[in-house]
Design a protein around this ligand. Sequence first.
Ligand SMILES: [Mn+2]
Length: 342
Amino acid sequence: MQAKIYKKLLSELETAKRPIFFFDDDPDGLASFLLLYRYRKEGKGVIIKSTPRLVEENARKVEEYSADKVFVLDLPLVDQGFIDKARVPVIWIDHHQVVKRENVLYFNPREDNPDAYVPVSWIAYNVVNQDIWIAATGVVGDFCIPDFLPKFKQEYPGYIGSESEPEEILFNTKLGKLVSVFSMVLKGRTKEVMQCVKVLTRIKHPDEILKQSTPQGKFIWRHYLKHWAVYEKLLREAVKHYTHHGKLFVFVYPGDKLSLTADLALELIYRYPHKIVIVAREKNGEMKISIRARGIKINKALEKALEGVEGYGGGHEYACGANVKKGDFKRFLEQFRESLNI
Ligand SMILES: [Mn+2]
């Protein structure tokens, strides 16, 4: 995006007196919020969990807080009803598929280039030009290598070592650990999550977290460990279920646990890159699904798999998500296999 767009966003941020920020519940969404909030030092953050979409009802929060401006960060869908009900300017920064809405200031790098892949935290960093460690965590968390990574490497020696691929950074470096921390503190109950988010708005250096060198860092680390332990256990179980028969590796777990499908699928495809990984969480008669692949495009197959099935889904070429009624899961898998001929 052009420099004048970052300038425009900066002036929107600077002129907001009581901004309210709605953000996605992943490292990119969290980093985007932290970057803008830590610059403006004013406003309220609202995390959007489970469905990445703003509906009319969410506009109540705008009124409750008497916000004078709304920022929407890394959320692919905003209903027109939300925008109309908000009654204050809505600034929406996204990097998913382009959508058209009325009366909104919409910023999406895909408007100019449909193939652009620029996580929102990268855009937010270009706006505020500070907190490079938060930006690096958000952008790499979205599987992307930003142009400012060499600068980050210089300012935070030892955080990425000699790695340059997103996956290698994610699973083998201190920056990867930070991504994992950002991801894990967003799991679980919203109240607890927002406590962690609040603490993260005050942390000055990532060592506070990774070395637990301040009370704030210790607080974040404690919450991270609590959820990471659940994750570790599930991962070990998934690995136990692995067989090298067939192209598909399907792992299902019950929904009383945290929402970890995306994190699990990410690590499983890293370990088993020759497979197509499907992780599903069973909750209230529904299967919440994450699919990951390497070198085989799966988004078209997902569309086919959803035909005649009660459910919905979508995503990128190698990473998709879906939600399917439990009774239809078998058919979903069969149709997915059929359409990929595997
Ligand atoms: Mn996101």
